[in-house]
Design a protein around this ligand. Structure first.
Ligand code: H2U
Length: 364
């Protein structure tokens, strides 16, 4: 209580709004809602008995894909053109009658799928750092290759059926487009405005301040850090940031990619250890726009990856983005500081490895 007998503000007890400077929007933080009883939908825990090799799985080495092509017997990463692409390079222009209520424009691009590993029963946190580095190298190559022609190269991984992933084999997707998607153009505008107003790239300043404050810092290794952002929506949402200014993933040097592989493995191990399941999430990279933007000054940008995990309080209870979120405002149930503390406390040894050795889950 303060001098006027009013309760003093406690972010864990008192709802409040936080500003998201990357999306120019506010999120309602109502941490106390974690206490409410749950009689709603309970999810099936993620599958845990995936065969290492299934000749009928179109993503496996040596399998036939939907378009009749035979995958090679790959032993590392493997890339192919998505057989059901949402973006194609040669779609005709829809034209437009230019009425402000009925605008349309041409959407062109390419969609690729990249398998991380030949085994279906492995995920990034269980892969070796050298194997993760190969994935990072491919992300960099693709950004150069597709970024030469396209304005935006979106690398993303949907992991787990809860995030709409259609196949348990470890993989990500890459969609390159001739336009800046909505999230990209929002991040572009917000970072540009921030540099103009404050004289420093937003996320360079943000990474430095979070590293100093520590309370939302989940992990830090040389050159990289992971933060449960001050202002985001999902309970255990994090951002992965370099500590210096890097515009795109292909600008990462060798020692940076070693650090990146290590911090990704450590975060994803913690995520899996949180509820002792293969933790579902969607993740993706945001870097400076490419294609026609390559000759523009993009110094307001900072490369970063977002991790959006849907699980809320157990392996089977997810965050629903429904009524209030759809119609009024984004709302979250746990403070980022609480989430960071939970994640920090978790072991960096994967629970499956620990179980195999007969140890328990959380570090004391
Ligand atoms: P998701 O699990 O995130 O849905 O990605 C798998 C992608 O693989 C999906 O976009 C593609 C699907 O179109 N795919 C092929 O291109 N060929 C196939 O034979 C199976 C799946």
């Amino acid at each position: 209580m303060d001098m006027n007998n009013k309760p003093t503000f406690d972010p864990k007890e008192h709802q409040h709004l936080r500003y998201n400077p990357l999306r120019d929007s506010w999120v309602l933080v109502s941490a106390h809602r974690m206490k409410r009883p749950w009689k709603g939908q309970v999810e099936k825990p993620p599958e845990d008995d995936i065969p290492r090799h299934d000749p009928n799985n179109p993503l496996c080495p040596g399998s036939v894909r939907a378009n009749g092509e035979l995958n090679p017997e790959y032993d590392s990463t493997f890339m192919f053109d998505n057989d059901f692409p949402a973006l194609q390079p040669d779609a005709p222009d829809p034209g437009s009658d230019h009425h402000p209520l009925f605008l349309s424009k041409a959407a062109r691009g390419v969609c690729k799928v990249m398998c991380f590993h030949p085994w279906s029963d492995i995920t990034l946190p269980l892969m070796q750092p050298a194997e993760i580095r190969k994935v990072i190298d491919k992300w960099a190559d693709l950004t150069v290759e597709l970024g030469a022609a396209y304005a935006w190269v979106q690398i993303f991984e949907n992991k787990g059926a809860m995030m709409g992933c259609s196949n348990p084999h470890p993989h990500c997707q890459v969609w390159a487009s001739n336009f800046l998607p909505n999230e990209a153009s929002l991040a572009e505008r917000c970072q540009r405005d921030f540099l103009q107003k404050h004289g420093e790239p937003m996320l360079v300043q943000y990474a430095r301040m979070e590293a100093q404050a520590q309370e939302r810092l989940v992990l830090a290794v040389s050159n990289w850090e992971i933060v449960a952002n001050y202002y985001v929506l999902y309970s255990h949402q994090t951002v992965l940031l370099p500590e210096s200014n890097i515009l795109t993933i292909n600008s990462i040097k060798v020692d940076f990619s070693t650090g990146l592989a290590s911090i990704m493995k450590r975060l994803l191990t913690k995520y899996d250890n949180l509820f002792e399941v293969s933790f579902p999430y969607s993740m993706g990279w945001h870097g400076a726009p490419t294609g026609g933007h390559l000759n523009e000054d993009m110094s307001h940008w900072q490369l970063h990856a977002h991790y959006y995990p849907p699980l809320l309080r157990s392996a089977t209870i997810r965050k629903f983005m429904v009524g209030y979120e759809m119609l009024a405002n984004e709302q979250r149930d746990l403070t980022p500081e609480q989430a960071a503390e939970q994640l920090r406390k978790l072991s960096e040894e994967h629970y499956k490895v620990k179980k195999a050795e007969g140890k328990s889950g959380v570090e004391n």
